[in-house]
Design a protein around this ligand. Structure first.
Ligand code: SAH
Ligand code: SF4
Ligand code: F3S
Length: 483
């Protein structure tokens, strides 16, 4: 057995590529099994961590001769990467898994697998319940996906692998397929916080960080060999990064700052408890760190924060925002809010509205509380109705839009540099779009219709803005590289 960092390989069979001399077709031989060219269709739910894992899975599957397809009808292998954070994400997955039964009826050879956060905690039950499901795999074994797929094609299905990787270090190399200048780099996995409402510690396990030297080396290679210019450092709680190795996120960013050709560093997601003074200072000093921070607060009420086991008070949180704004006057802040936590009173809810006024967030993600099995909150007796939760959520979202509208209107006339990442259809008009350093999306028209601006750096000036979108005009095109 060999350790691959994220998981343990169960077999050591080597892949051997065979090219048919007459047809030129490539197949891959593993042990006694021949893998002809096949297609994998994959549906991903949840956070950026899951999207990152899916990319990793697709990258591994290439070695077994699978290519990615967007068309379910062409698929030989169907994979779901699932999210368990709220009922809504769970339900979407269950209905799609149900539908796949019909696809399997039409094509008997179709192989179906489920991975991710739902599979981590409920994999065994899923495989038992859904006859058309061949295998399930947890969040810590994704690097062994080829062993699992091999096993199914070898005739052994209906299994679940959801063990935790017990190796001492979290050690991986980033795998990207997309050939774009933006890459996600996983630096820490798991979460030790156990907020009372949250399932993540149960689906992602204990916190473990990669060594700083490994991440820096990884990013340097991405920049040098794959043309990456923007990295997003990923983890459920990136602020805890490096604790067990006596390293820190602040030190990591300082080192990454030195990499020539790297233009922009982002990180997500943060917990307020672990935002150190050292990190705040880096927000002021780093040349490459994004002038945006997503800092989930969850509630504006100290009594709710206590029930949520968030380990900070409102005053502490607002103090952090103050310090961040002093260190980096251009910083743009966003947050996550849970409305209607167990027994939230009207007064407690209003404290959150009050917080929105005080914090002046540029944007928020807001959710109605959803009870998750296993969590501490699931053991509290809850008297709040879903109806009240829904009403409060709508009220809060409307309230924030008012605040956001004013902030965004202040952007008119300002100039931003953006990396163009695609097009958008704005009322029948095709526009290019990109994200500013401070994480706002700006849409703009090209100078002429033939112009292909994808992955170019451009300077734009904001000409109009609403609470939810910014329209700009193109000032300069700087090309695909800034240096
Ligand atoms: N690690 C991140 C959050 C991951 S989950 C952090 O600590 O900030 C993303 C967001 O989902 C959370 O910030 C929270 O706002 C929301 N969330 C988590 N559990 C939830 C639940 N049970 N019900 C509703 N929203 C939830
Ligand atoms: Fe969940 Fe809290 Fe961990 Fe975030 S910090 S993943 S909300 S337990
Ligand atoms: Fe969902 Fe798992 Fe991410 S529960 S939010 S996919 S860590």
């Amino acid at each position: 057995m060999t350790s691959s960092g994220l998981g343990v390989r169960t077999n050591d069979l080597k892949e051997e590529v065979i090219v048919d001399p007459t047809t030129g077709e490539k197949s891959v031989k593993v042990g006694d099994i021949n893998f002809p060219a096949r297609k994998v269709w994959m549906k991903t739910f949840g956070c950026q961590m899951n999207y990152h894992d899916s990319e990793r899975i697709l990258s591994h599957l290439k070695d077994l001769n699978f290519t990615h397809t967007e068309d379910l009808n062409n698929a030989d292998l169907v994979l779901f990467n699932t999210c368990a954070i709220r009922d809504l994400s769970n339900n979407k997955f269950y209905s799609q898994l149900g539908e796949i039964k019909h696809a399997k009826k039409k094509k008997n050879s179709l192989v179906v697998g489920v991975g991710g956060c739902v599979a981590q905690t409920e994999g065994k039950e899923l495989v038992k319940k859904y006859e058309h499901l061949d295998f399930a795999f947890g969040t810590d074994v994704i690097d062994t996906i080829n062993d699992m797929v091999y096993r199914v094609y070898a005739g052994d299905n209906k299994f679940t692998i959801n063990s935790w990787d017990r190796s001492e270090n979290f050690s991986i190399e980033t795998k990207i397929n997309h050939g774009t200048p933006q890459a996600f780099v996983n630096i820490i996995k798991g979460c030790n916080k156990y907020c009372s409402y949250c399932i993540v510690p149960y689906t992602r396990g204990k916190e473990r960080s990669r060594l700083k030297s490994e991440v820096v080396d990884d990013v340097r290679k991405l920049v040098e060999y794959q043309g990456v210019q923007e990295v997003t450092l990923l983890g459920q709680n990136v602020n805890s990064y490096g604790k067990e190795n006596n390293e820190s996120l602040a030190e990591l960013i300082t080192d990454l700052d030195q990499i020539n050709g790297l233009e922009l560093i982002r990180y997500t997601t943060s917990h307020p408890y672990d935002v150190s003074d050292e990190l705040i200072q880096v927000h002021g000093e780093s040349k490459k760190l994004s002038k945006h921070l997503h800092l989930p607060v969850q509630s504006g009420s100290n009594t709710v924060l206590e029930r949520m086991l968030r380990e900070y008070t409102m005053e502490h949180y607002l103090g952090l925002l103050d310090k961040l704004r002093k260190a980096q006057p251009e910083i743009v802040l966003s947050t996550d809010i849970i409305v209607g936590f167990v027994n939230e009173t009207q007064e407690e809810f209003e404290a959150t509205l009050d917080l929105l006024d005080k914090a002046q967030f540029d944007s928020i993600y807001s959710y109605a509380y959803s009870m998750r099995n296993k969590t501490r909150a699931s053991k509290m007796v809850d008297h709040l109705s879903d109806e009240v939760r829904g009403e409060r959520l709508r009220h809060l979202q409307k309230y924030q839009l008012g605040i956001q509208e004013k902030i965004r209107q202040g952007l008119v006339g300002q100039e931003f540099r953006v990396l163009v990442d695609g097009t958008s259809n704005m009322g029948g008009v095709k526009k290019w779009k990109g994200r500013t350093n401070c994480n706002r999306v700006v849409h703009f028209l090209p100078t002429n219709e033939e112009q292909n601006l994808l992955w170019n750096w451009v300077d734009v000036r904001v000409i109009s803005a609403t609470a939810l979108s910014c329209q700009g005009e193109l000032l300069h095109t700087l090309g695909r590289k800034l240096q």
